[in-house]
Each structure stands twice: as C-alpha cells, then as structure tokens.
Ligand binder design. Structure first.
Ligand SMILES: [Fe+2]
Ligand SMILES: [Fe+2]
Length: 268
C-alpha cells in the first residue's frame, strides 16, 4: 500500500480484493487529514461490527432460553456471522485507506449486558433487541442508504451495499421479535427507556478534526457519514420508521419524540 504524502495529498492506492479479482481504490484527491479520518472510521466501524456480532451471539442464546420462535433464533445466529463478515470487510477497507499496522485495529468484541438491572430477564432481552436491532440497526441502515446516495469508488459502494443488505435483515429481526413479544403481553414498559437507547445510538464516538464542510461529500463518497448529517438522517428515520412501528406495538413514543425534538433543535 502506498501512502506516501504527495504535496500535502495522499496518494493511497489500496488493493481491495473482490471475489476472484483485484480492484484499486484511487484516493489521490484526498487530503492527509481526510484519508486518516476515513481510515479511522472504517477501523472504528470494524470494532462496532465485532461488538454487534458478540451481542447477536448473546441474543441468540437468550432467545433460545426464552423459547422464542425458531426462525428468530436462527436469524440472530445468522446475524452474528454477518457482523463478523462485516468486521472483516471494514478491516480491509481501513487498511486500504492506510490504517497503519502500528495502530491497533481494535480490541476484543464487547457485548455488555443490555437493559437496566431493575428489569427481569425477559424484559432485559427485549430492551436489548429494541436498542440493538430496532434502533441501532435502523440508524445504520439509514446512514448507509444516505452515503450510497453519493457517487463513490465502485468497491466502496459494493462493500456498503453488502453491509446494508444484512443490516436491513437485522433490523427486521428486531421488529419481528418486538411484534412477537407484544402479542404475548404488554411491551409498554419500554417507553421511558427509549430516549436512553437513542442517546446511546447517537453519542458521537469519533470526531473529525481539521475537516471542513466541503469535505462532507468526499467523506460520503468513501463511505463516511459526517456527524451533523448523521443526526439529520437518523431523526428522519425515527419519524418515518421507528416511532410509527413502536406505536403499532404499543410503545408510547412521547418521551422519544421530545428527545428527537431536542436533538433536532441542537443539531448535534
Ligand atoms: Fe454490521
Ligand atoms: Fe447488523
């Protein structure tokens, strides 16, 4: 991989191997700061995918213990495999954009116990499903759809489309399980917890430093959604998809709506 600075610009030509062929990403037009941010974002995303994989492993076991419908247990196991595959793709992309070998690409997967301790096991599992699948996967789906609206290198788009296809399925798993739980009993207890779940989804974990507005579309072309756009896209998805679906299952969204209004007003 060539990542020698060239007159203030990076001339990375990373190789990403597709099935049975090699492709080259030309990133000569990227400034060093932009390239580093893109590389760091893909590396960060890899860790998020590993963590998501660990959460789906745990979820599969929990759904089995709760004797959830077999297709949902199988979907959770499949999702765990998908996330590990996504992590591999993100690692390759991070290295393609020059993520230095000396920098660790991440730690072991983390899958903290989801759900407040005052809830029972069944409720904590449902909390985890809503936070992970209905909210985080929907946020991911909305973000990926948004970056795919901008033209970019074909290989980047292929990776994004591949991940997007699976994240849509992961989000459907969440809605299917919430629907199943709502048929078995009330899920209204979730309502006051939704703002905390949303906050967790939207906490910026990676900040772009030294990048300006004009870099936004270039970031998107390389698969990175700028933070401000991320908030906008997520809040739109909340209104279009998440809130109506929660209401249909009997989860009051008035707390969540107030949270969304505050975030939209602050713009961060
Ligand atoms: Fe993923
Ligand atoms: Fe996912």
């Amino acid at each position: 991989m060539n990542d020698e600075p060239d007159g203030g610009c990076s001339t990375v030509q990373g190789l990403v191997r597709g099935p049975g062929r090699q492709r080259t990403l030309h990133t000569a037009s990227l400034s060093e700061a932009l390239r580093r941010h893109i590389a760091a974002t893909w590396a960060f995303r890899r860790q998020e995918e590993l963590d998501a994989g660990a959460r789906f492993v745990r979820l599969g076991v929990s759904l089995e213990q709760l004797e959830a419908p077999e297709p949902l247990i199988l979907l959770a196991r499949r999702a765990a495999e998908d996330e590990r595959r996504h992590a591999g793709m993100c690692e390759l992309m991070a290295r393609t954009y020059g993520h230095e070998d000396a920098e660790p690409l991440g730690s072991a997967p983390r899958a903290e116990e989801a759900g407040p301790p005052e809830l029972g096991f069944r409720e904590r599992v449902l909390y985890g499903v809503v936070a992970t699948c209905c909210l985080a996967e929907t946020e991911s789906t909305a973000g990926l759809t948004s970056v795919l609206s901008v033209d970019g290198p074909p290989r980047v788009r292929a990776v994004l489309r591949d991940i997007l296809r699976d994240e849509v399925a992961h989000s459907r798993l969440g809605w299917a399980y919430l629907g199943h739980a709502a048929k078995e009993g009330s899920v209204a207890f979730l309502a006051p917890y939704v703002p905390a779940m949303l906050e967790d989804c939207m906490t910026p974990r990676l900040f772009a430093q030294g990048l300006d507005e004009a870099d936004g579309s270039r970031l998107m072309a390389h698969g990175v959604l700028p933070s401000a756009r991320k908030v906008e896209v997520f809040i739109q998805a909340l209104h279009d998809v998440v809130f109506p679906s929660l209401e249909r299952c009997g989860v009051d969204t008035s707390h969540a709506l107030r949270w969304a209004e505050r975030r939209r007003a602050s713009g961060v």
